[in-house]
Write a protein that binds this ligand. Structure first.
Ligand SMILES: Nc1nc2c(c(=O)[nH]1)N[C@H]1C(S)=C(S)[C@@H](COP(=O)(O)OP(=O)(O)OC[C@H]3O[C@@H](n4cnc5c(=O)[nH]c(N)nc54)[C@H](O)[C@@H]3O)O[C@H]1N2
Ligand SMILES: Nc1nc2c(c(=O)[nH]1)N[C@H]1C(S)=C(S)[C@@H](COP(=O)(O)OP(=O)(O)OC[C@H]3O[C@@H](n4cnc5c(=O)[nH]c(N)nc54)[C@H](O)[C@@H]3O)O[C@H]1N2
Ligand code: SF4
Ligand SMILES: [Mo]
Length: 889
């Protein structure tokens, strides 16, 4: 039982940095004070804006609290029985491959282990894939080709020992903010630390860059092949390392030289200038301690695996791997992307870093699990899985911890596929998601702050995620739910778990089972944790695998001895012929759509959008476009644009910026039907996949763009939540004390205004008082509703998007009553003369707005972000906004 106030060490449920949190929990008020855990090695006390705002996401509003069958609340027994019976019947009639699980890197290792064991071990089909297919699959495949195992060689401490960090296809500043701060600190301490950012667009990450290479989308393999040939030409390779520890160099270098013979050819193909390429190559040549950190700009590609190997090739050829301060480093996305790989969550993996390519592995795992029905061949990877659903081959699907109707490519087709599926089960902690809308059965899972188990971060560090509160409603742990279904299907013995430590120790035991010289070594070995009892599991401290007799305290770096996990124990060079992205004809779709993340939102917003603070940074879906392209397509800043690909359409606000190179546009991935009527970017995204990793091409979709001809546009701020389904464009977000709705329509407003006014009036028991300004000739309508003298709602409508900023109006909802001057100024949308407005939020931690920052910088003549920080605190907590502050300076 938890005390009234207790301090609990846990981990952040967002990104793969895996930050430790020290949570001061108040059970009674169901609230928590979140601090970075100073003792956790991944973050040493730091947190980013998302981690710091976790306390805002605990509300039970919108949580899925009870099991449902076809929309009706049922008890657990009924729901579990229906799932078990339907799966059993389907398997009996159509075979084991007619059912599937689609899981997530946000499940805990224990949940993941049980789901995988259930499907592959006992159902007897490997149709268990996960959203890691959209995320890490190319890294996994690249690692396995080069090292014979899926191993991330280095650790975060290497950032402090390296002389050159190359960030490839990674917006570290926004997506791995605590790592970015760590790199920033390292550079401050050692200004000679050089940083290169390789990304077609200029991002906040470029703030630290000595060199930014805005290469042509998808051309990374040419750049790295060029680097390999350059290093060879300059005799900068480590021949000794190549001879002793690797194989395949000759073919790899010949192939590299063929595609990228010299700097001029590389520069031309990557659309870079030669001096920059030369500078990058020389930086690599001249620094022994080089780290190449890469993420989705590399992985999410129809040649992602090849790109990973071109990077690894350069490290192998220079022997820059396995020692302090050097090596290729795949930044994992989700909090437990690594844990998922350890248990074998992908359809081509089996368990504990074993797969279906060796009969010995299959037999070994079968023996360990005591199963006579283990799957013997890989299952369907995500894109093929949904294709098979559409053609009726998959009859029953269980989705856990992921939102494919938003995040899968060609996402309208995913809806269609789910509609074709006879039986869809969704386990989630949130009631209404774009995917749960297709579920026959909804199962309430524990959310962060309730669930209990382990996760593994990017540097192989296993940490405990601990429960802070009792389960919400009737929610249950995912491992419990799966075990209960398994038992009802007759797999009793193998799923008799009563506590996650039993699952963890079984997983640890499997990792070392026949992992020896006789049977062959596997990299993933946590035998040192196999005998934990419940108490030592509860108190488990963060530790990096492998953990075994040789490394009882864990292992910082792998491959220090130059031995790999291939049959010859030598690393493999892979000869790569670069392939361009696979496309539709460009004539119809002349622009390239790139997609990715925002600083303060997490994926499909099911949790981050609950925090008013996190919604302020980027409240509406947008498209970033180069000024020249904007002009060509008649788009002005702030206008609404319609984007269309060969697969689907969406609406977004135009943001004009030369951060985008010509011909490229960028859209954040986050908006769903819950938060916008017409802005689910997944609908447009290219479903082409990498032939090896089967990871989709999420960063490269040919599209076209045009102005969206709205007759009117506007926004509503309201204390009450509104249901605005009959407008053609709607974006809603939660603010402090108000809800914000951005709207537009291709139809004339009346009687829509009146309907809206009626709705607002109907919401209140008291007689509302209205203040209205209308100018029909300008298409302008502005209204404010007061109830008992308090501001309750404002409506601002115009013929175009030129409307007042929302920040001052928003701030008025926090007030009990308005000053007379404020009331007079209200419908102008501008603060009364002489009063202060903070503007769009820049620093989410201390809620400091752009106007406040500008005024302060101007008045005090500040030159550095440190001065600004001292004065306003902005940028002094997580530091994620420092690049924006610097831009204002
Ligand atoms: N705030 C926030 N942080 C997150 C997440 C989140 O949702 N929100 N999600 C987490 C997850 S699961 C993941 S996987 C990570 C992802 O972390 P990142 O991979 O850093 O994030 P993305 O924004 O998806 O993409 C990174 C960059 O790839 C670039 N890129 C596009 N095409 C190319 C190309 O051809 N070559 C190169 N070199 N670059 C290219 C994009 O312009 C983009 O800036 O973030 C994690 N952290
Ligand atoms: N175009 C494009 N598409 C992309 C990407 C991109 O960059 N561009 N990125 C891809 C990547 S890298 C990723 S990782 C995916 C992410 O995409 P998704 O996995 O679809 O996104 P999330 O919003 O994280 O979905 C997680 C769901 O699980 C629920 N959940 C959270 N915790 C738990 C739990 O403990 N148990 C259960 N049962 N449910 C839980 C949440 O409420 C939410 O509904 O998107 C991919 N799609
Ligand atoms: S960097 Fe931010 S999102 Fe990632 S684990 Fe740390 S606090 Fe969480
Ligand atoms: Mo991811």
């Amino acid at each position: 039982m938890l005390n009234d106030l207790s301090i609990i060490q846990t981990t952040c449920p967002y990104c793969g940095v895996g930050c430790g949190i020290s949570a001061v929990v108040n059970e009674e008020s169901h609230s928590v004070n979140i601090q970075g855990d100073p003792l956790h090695p991944a973050n040493v006390g730091k947190l980013c804006s998302k981690g710091a705002a976790l306390g805002d996401t605990l509300s039970l509003d919108g949580r899925l609290l009870e099991p449902h069958i076809n929309g009706q609340v049922v008890d657990w027994d009924a729901a579990l029985l229906l799932v078990a019976n339907t799966f059993k019947e389907t398997i009996k009639t159509y075979g084991a491959d007619s059912v599937a699980i689609y899981g997530s890197g946000q499940l805990l290792t224990e949940d993941y282990y049980v789901a995988n064991k259930f499907m592959k071990g006992f159902v007897g089909s490997a149709n268990m894939d996960t959203n890691s297919r959209l995320c890490m699959a190319s890294s996994v495949a690249g690692h396995k080709r080069a090292f014979g195992s899926d191993t991330v060689p280095g650790c975060y401490e290497d950032f402090e020992h390296t002389d050159l960090i190359i960030l490839i296809g990674s917006n570290t500043a926004w997506c791995h903010p605590v790592i970015f701060q760590r790199i920033r600190a390292a550079k401050q301490l050692r200004p000679n630390l050089k940083i290169v950012v390789i990304d077609p667009r200029r991002t906040a990450t470029c703030d630290l860059a000595d060199l930014h290479l805005p290469l042509a989308s998808g051309s990374d393999a040419i750049l790295f092949n060029g680097l390999l040939s350059y290093l060879n030409k300059e005799q900068a390779l480590n021949q000794d390392y190549i001879d002793r520890n690797t194989e395949g160099f000759t073919l790899a270098i010949q192939t590299a030289e063929m595609s990228a013979p010299g700097i001029a050819e590389v520069a031309a193909q990557c659309q870079l200038n030669e001096t920059d390429v030369q500078y990058f190559y020389d930086l690599f040549k001249d620094h022994k301690n080089v780290m190449s950190l890469y993420s989705q700009g590399i992985n999410q590609s129809s040649s992602g695996t090849d790109k990973v190997n071109t990077i690894i090739n350069c490290h192998l050829a220079t022997g820059r791997i396995g020692q302090s301060g050097m090596g290729p480093f795949s930044l994992t996305g989700q909090p437990n992307a690594m844990g998922g790989r350890e248990v074998g969550g992908l359809a081509n993996q089996l368990a504990a870093h074993m797969d279906f390519s060796k009969v010995d592995d299959i037999n070994r795992v079968a023996r360990f699990w005591g199963s006579d029905n283990i799957a013997t061949k890989p299952g369907l990877p995500a894109v093929e899985l949904f294709n098979a659903m559409a053609t009726g081959k998959i009859k029953a699907l269980w989705i856990m911890g992921t939102n494919p109707v938003v995040s899968m490519p060609n996402a309208d087709f995913i809806k269609h596929a789910l509609e074709q599926c006879d039986f869809v089960v969704v386990s989630d902690c949130i009631a209404q998601t774009d995917t749960s809308a297709f579920a026959h059965v909804l199962l309430p899972a524990l959310g962060w702050s309730e669930k209990d188990g382990t996760v593994t971060n990017s540097e192989r560090r296993i940490s405990r995620q601990r429960a802070l509160f009792k389960p919400a409603g009737n929610a249950k742990a995912d491992w419990w739910i799966i075990s209960q279904v398994a038992k009802r299907m007759g797999f009793n013995q193998a799923f008799n778990y009563s506590h996650p430590y039993e699952i963890f120790t079984e997983h640890a035991t499997l990792s070392s089972f026949e992992n020896d010289i006789t049977h062959g070594y596997r990299d993933f070995d946590i035998s040192g944790l196999a005998t934990l009892d419940q108490n030592s599991y509860e108190n488990l401290q963060p530790i990096q695998w492998p953990v075994n007799t040789n490394n009882p305290k864990g292992t910082e770096r792998m491959f220090a001895d130059g031995h790999y996990f291939t049959p010859t124990r030598k690393a493999q060079f892979i000869a790569i012929t670069p392939r361009p992205p696979v496309n539709l004809p460009y004539n119809d779709y002349p622009l390239i759509l790139n997609t990715g993340r925002l600083r303060d939102q997490w994926h499909t917003m099911t949790r981050t959008a609950l925090s008013a603070k996190l919604n302020q940074h980027s409240p509406v879906p947008y498209v970033e476009i180069n000024p020249v392209d904007a002009k060509n397509y008649n788009l002005t800043a702030g206008a609404l644009a319609e984007l269309e690909s060969g697969w689907g359409k969406m609406l977004a606000r135009v943001k004009i910026t030369d951060d985008q190179t010509l011909g490229n546009v960028f859209v954040p991935m986050h908006w769903t039907a819950q938060y916008a009527s017409n802005s689910r970017m997944g609908a447009l995204v290219n479903p082409e996949v990498d032939p090896i990793s089967k990871q989709p091409e999420s960063k490269h979709t040919p599209i076209r763009i045009k102005l969206y001809q709205a007759v009117w546009q506007g926004f509503i701020l309201s204390k009450a939540q509104l249901d605005l389904c009959d407008v053609s464009y709607r974006v809603n977000s939660k603010g402090d004390f108000f809800y914000r709705y951005e709207v537009a329509s291709q139809e004339l407003p009346d009687p829509w205004f009146n309907t809206l006014k009626d709705t607002l009036n109907a919401n209140s028991a008291e007689k509302p008082e209205w203040q209205i300004y209308q100018d029909a000739s300008l298409g302008c309508y502005r209204a404010a509703q007061f109830i008992k003298g308090q501001l309750n709602a404002v409506i601002f409508i115009a013929a175009d998007h030129k409307l007042p900023e929302r920040s001052w109006l928003s701030s008025l909802f926090a007030k009990v009553t308005l000053e007379p001057a404020e009331r007079r100024a209200l419908l102008s949308g501008q603060p009364p003369k002489g009063s202060h407005e903070s503007g769009k939020v820049v620093c989410a931690c201390f809620n400091v707005g752009e106007k406040t920052l500008r005024a302060c910088i101007k008045e005090k003549q500040f030159k550095t972000h440190q001065e600004v920080g001292q004065c306003l605190k902005a940028g002094t907590n997580c530091g994620t906004c420092i690049s924006e502050i610097k831009a204002l300076l």
